[in-house]
Design a protein around this ligand. Sequence first.
Ligand code: GLU
Length: 259
Amino acid sequence: MNAVEKKRIVVKVGTSTLTHKTGKTNIARMAKLASVLADLHNMGNEVVLVSSGAIGIGYTKLGLKKRPETIKGLQAAAAIGQSELMFLYDKFFGEYGVVVSQLLFTSDALRRSDGKKHLIDTFNQLFEYGSIPIVNENDSVSVEELSSGDNDSMSANVATLINADILILLTDTDGLYDSNPNENPDAQLIHTVEKITPEIESVAGGAGKNGTGGFITKVNAAKHAVSNGIPVVVTNGKKPTDIYKILNGEQIGTRFVAK
Ligand code: GLU
């Protein structure tokens, strides 16, 4: 990517990328992700991070053995984890002199024209101030998103709202496979999706493992973004430096071509 060509880049990261199997924070991964995004920011790009992880980090911090099952339990865990999540991002991005900001909202704010306008103004002002906005759902008021675990759709909404050049979804699989790779050793990674057909949707419905959203929410998010002219790449978040390759147009993960 040309360093002087300014791009609006939205990166969404799921809980499975930010935590270890123990449920505890994957500190090295978070630090690496922050360094890549801070670097892209330093090149002159406008970067937004949509980050899950509040519930996961919250219940682990509380010492609970597993994720709460009630809505209020999830909301309380998110309230605890969100501040820890931002503390860590502030620390990691701060090491590179990058100021982060926290935006918590729900999709119904985007359904209101005043809500939409205020959000666009806030994003633009933050870009002008040179900050990297970090977005999550406002879990203490969003029952809708909590139950579907859908920061994927939130990221497509954000990308559309700010007219992003690309949306990158980081998850725990290498991309979309033509059949479930956990069940079929011959499953092939689909490199490019020109059109989201019912076949693609049905393949996505059977995939996805650790993330709350699974793959269908990623395909739905991609559908929303590509219909607004925004290309989407879904890839494994274990190597945050792959983001450079994606921006260079290299074949990484599954790329959904914009209409
Ligand atoms: N907002 C939730 C959290 O931060 C995650 C929802 C999702 O996984 O998409 O834990």
